[in-house]
Ligand binder design. Structure first.
Ligand SMILES: [Ca+2]
Ligand SMILES: [Ca+2]
Length: 114
């Protein structure tokens, strides 16, 4: 049985396949529009937009962060049990500033590193 982190990584990796099809051999087209997140240039602008939509769909109170409750809802939607263990593992891996919630940036970095 795959771990919950692997399940979550698989969901994020679906976007990576889109990146490769968008950029061909991972080279940006010459006329590529301004990237909304230059620090995440390994993801296409379209992927970042998809990540944003995904993030905001779970950020129910619109505070720009996924708190424990919102993270639990996300896990359940992904078919991953929202156990304290699973949530803790994600926070340990992704919550860089240790505020016990995930920013969009932390989510992208977590996605990049997984
Ligand atoms: Ca929130
Ligand atoms: Ca955080």
């Amino acid at each position: 049985m795959r771990s919950s982190v692997q399940e979550l990584t698989t969901c994020f990796d679906k976007g990576r396949g889109l990146k490769n099809s968008y950029t061909g051999a991972n080279k940006a087209p010459l006329n590529q529009p301004h990237h909304p997140y230059p620090e995440f240039s390994e993801f296409s602008p379209e992927q970042c937009e998809t990540f944003e939509k995904w993030f905001h769909a779970y950020d129910r109170d619109r505070d720009g962060f996924l708190d424990l409750r919102e993270l639990s809802v996300m896990l359940v939607k992904l078919g991953i049990p929202a156990t304290q263990w699973n949530i803790s593992r994600i926070l340990i891996a992704a919550d860089q500033d240790r505020d016990i919630k995930l920013s969009f940036r932390e989510n992208i970095i977590y996605t990049r590193g997984s």
